[in-house]
Every structure is written in structure tokens, then in C-alpha cells.
Design a protein around this ligand. Structure first.
Ligand SMILES: [Zn+2]
Length: 264
């Protein structure tokens, strides 16, 4: 069953099992400012607590069963608890939402991955389970971005939605190797769901802008390794020129913001 493969794949990717800890530790990243004080480390007063809400819809029930079997959310919570000191408990889990979505609720201190999101991603990617898993990982980290902004009351000088995309891309890119495939899958996801309808009032950047942002950051993280993104014509040269600076800036910002809360 595709869902089992995806969920198992997510766990196997090792997305959250300690990898973001090293990627966000200032001394581990070449572009991070060296010798700069990270200040006091925050006291760890809470944990990410996992949950699976009971689904009523048969399709969702099957996804719930597969998710429970894969222990996906336990793995995610465990990885995050190894990486982050929290001021309080934060719930992370899966639920039935009646829409294909994932979201973080500041009021409830709860990150929810909807069962319906799996079915939607399978449809978008025409059952390509690698791409489904990759884009799902990106989405989960995007929501984690919202969560840490709220939990740590991080200062923001731009749109939170863009910052959340930045964190998702950074964590995955920093993981190296296959994780970059998740970044490409995410870019393809936003490209595929782009309808051409331009909702300028939406709090998110337009889907096509998210595509180019994500590709820009991936290219910028290692222009040699990802040169084909530009040479193939997917990312315009005019944008690509400043992508290394863009990536360094977001890496520096997120690393500094999270330093007090990343366990070392
Ligand atoms: Zn968001």
C-alpha cells in the first residue's frame, strides 16, 4: 500500500532523527558566523508529544492505521526532542481535517498533519511515492517553522510563510544527499498545484514564487552541485546570481535565531 511505503520512507529518510540538530548548530555550518556568542542556552521544560486522532472516514482510517504502524509521528517527535529545548509541551500528530492540509495552531500549541494530505499528495504526484514522501517532509518542516516562531516568539521582519519555507528548505538541504530530493519534490509540488490563479491577498507567496524561492535556495546552497537547475533553464540566471547570498542569509538568520534552543 502506497501510504505504508511513504510513511516508512519518511522514517527511513531519517529526516528528524537528530539531523537538524547538527545542521542548525552554528559551529557546524561553514557560512555561520564563527566566534560569535550564541548566548545562554534555553532550559528544556517541555517535549513534543505525539498523537493520532481517530479517523471516521474509511480512507483516512487506512492512512491512520498505516501511520500508527510506521510510528511516523513518534519518530518525528523523538527527533525533535533530541534537537530542541522547549519552554512547554507541544503536540504533534495526525488528524482528520476534511481538507488536505497541515497546520500549526498557536492557540492549541499543536501541529497537525491531516490524513487527507496523503491522499491529495498521491493524486498530485500520480502515485509517485518518493515525491509524495519528499514533499510531505518539506510540508512538515514548514509547519515546524510556524511552530518554533510561535513557541520561541522569534522576531520576524518578513512574511512568516516565507520564513517557514526557508526553515524547511534549510533543514532538508543541510541534511545533504537524498534530502535535497525532498526540496525538489516540494518545488514540483507547488508547481503542480499552481492553477494560474493569482491570489495576491494570500498570506503565502504565490505558488510559482515558492517554486523559484525553493529552487533558488537549493541552487544557492551549492552552485556547483546543483548547476543543472540553472543550465536546464528551470531557474533563470538573473535570479540565480544572488541565490548563494540568499541561502547564506537565511542559513545565518535561522541558525542564530535557533541557537539558544538547539541542544548541543
Ligand atoms: Zn505556512
Amino acid at each position: 500500500m502506497a501510504v505504508v511505503i511513504i510513511l516508512g520512507g519518511l522514517v527511513a529518510i531519517g529526516i528528524l532523527v537528530g539531523e537538524e540538530e547538527s545542521s542548525l548548530t552554528p559551529t557546524s555550518t561553514g557560512a555561520a558566523p564563527t566566534g560569535e556568542s550564541t548566548g545562554e542556552k534555553a532550559v528544556d521544560k517541555g517535549d513534543f508529544k505525539y498523537f493520532y486522532s481517530s479517523a471516521g472516514d474509511p480512507t483516512n482510517q487506512a492512512i491512520e492505521a498505516a501511520a500508527r504502524e510506521s510510528r511516523l509521528v513518534e519518530e518525528i517527535a523523538s527527533g525533535l526532542n533530541q534537537a530542541f529545548a522547549l519552554p512547554r509541551d507541544v503536540a504533534i500528530g495526525m488528524g482528520e481535517c476534511n481538507e488536505p492540509n497541515a497546520f500549526y495552531s498557536p492557540a492549541d500549541k499543536q501541529l497537525v498533519i491531516c490524513y487527507e494530505l496523503f491522499a491529495f499528495l498521491l493524486k498530485v504526484f500520480e502515485q509517485d511515492t518518493d515525491k509524495v514522501a519528499g514533499s510531505l517532509v518539506f510540508i512538515i518542516f514548514h509547519e515546524l517553522g510556524h511552530a518554533v516562531i510561535d513557541i520561541y516568539q522569534l522576531p520576524a521582519v518578513g512574511r512568516e510563510e516565507d520564513a517557514a519555507d526557508q526553515l524547511a528548505a534549510l533543514v532538508l538541504i543541510s541534511g545533504g544527499g537524498d534530502e535535497a530530493q525532498s526540496v525538489l519534490a516540494a518545488a514540483e509540488f507547488f508547481d503542480r498545484i499552481s492553477t494560474g490563479e493569482l491570489d495576491f491577498a494570500d498570506e503565502h507567496s504565490l505558488n510559482q514564487q515558492r517554486v523559484y524561492n525553493i529552487l533558488c535556495w537549493l541552487f544557492g546552497s551549492n552552485p556547483q552541485k546543483y548547476s543543472s537547475i540553472v543550465t536546464s533553464g528551470v531557474l533563470p540566471e538573473s535570479r540565480a546570481q544572488r541565490c548563494p547570498d540568499e541561502y547564506n542569509q537565511l542559513e545565518r538568520a535561522w541558525t542564530k535565531l535557533l541557537a539558544p534552543y538547539v541542544k548541543s
